[in-house]
Design a protein around this ligand. Structure first.
Ligand SMILES: [Mg+2]
Length: 234
């Protein structure tokens, strides 16, 4: 059986686990696109779409995969390329758009409704942390005081599912790998990585999707409210 009785520490993934990243990303791109059209009215910007901006960003991220994984830098370079594509290369405007994007990307983020109650409950008995491949800084996302350790892959140079990032988290939290429960929405990044590190994994499957992979979580939950239930069986 699972060693749930050993758990002293709980780590969370950020994007799509604590907040809906896709929603705030699209919303922030929409605001940015509106600003771009205001500054550069014309055919090329009116034909630009959020989908194209996302594709450009992903293209840039792929090209920079080995060089940098600072997500704000990737986003800035994506705005540069987008401006190039609409025929108006301008570094200052790219910086302006990037700042506007980042402002909304942080200020308008919405936590899922089960996040605050869960964190309030769990913090009484467990050390809590964040392990993220993204850049959702907790203090900018309405969660300033909950986490005693925070690890961003862009800071440490390795990404989930690399098991090393989970071991780093355990070191920071001063716990054994077997004392950590990691919760995340991705079977590939969160569950597979935690499993490989000897960390107990819980797959957050908010939409009740059929499991499309052989990766096996120790627990499957549909809401963060279920974590307390799991821990009750200590
Ligand atoms: Mg995620």
């Amino acid at each position: 059986m699972n060693n749930i009785n050993r758990i002293t520490t709980i780590s969370f993934d950020g994007d799509m686990t604590l907040w809906d990243f896709n929603k705030v990303m699209r919303h922030s791109l929409a605001v940015t696109l509106e600003e771009l059209r205001r500054q550069l009215p014309g055919k090329s910007t009116s034909e630009l779409t959020i989908e194209k901006m996302i594709a450009t960003r992903n293209e840039v991220a792929e090209e920079l995969e080995d060089k940098t994984i600072n997500l704000e830098e990737i986003r800035l370079q994506a705005f540069n390329r987008t401006l190039d594509a609409v025929g108006y290369k301008n570094d200052r405007l790219a910086i302006h758009l990037n700042n506007l994007y980042l402002k909304h990307r942080f200020e308008d983020i919405e936590l899922y409704p089960d996040v605050l109650t869960t964190l309030h409950t769990l913090r009484k008995d467990y050390r809590l942390g964040l392990i993220s491949n993204g850049n959702g800084y907790p203090e900018k996302c309405g969660l300033p005081d909950f986490f005693s350790f925070v690890i961003f892959s862009q800071d440490v140079g390795i990404k989930k599912p690399n098991p090393e990032i989970f071991s780093m988290a355990c070191k920071k939290a001063n716990c054994l790998n077997t004392e950590l429960l990691h919760i995340g929405d991705s079977l590939e990044s969160d569950v597979q990585g935690a499993n490989a590190a000897g960390v107990l994994s819980a797959w957050l499957n908010r939409d009740g999707l059929a499991k499309s992979s052989k990766i096996q979580p120790a627990f499957e939950i549909q809401s963060l409210n279920e974590i307390s239930e799991i821990l009750k069986y200590k």
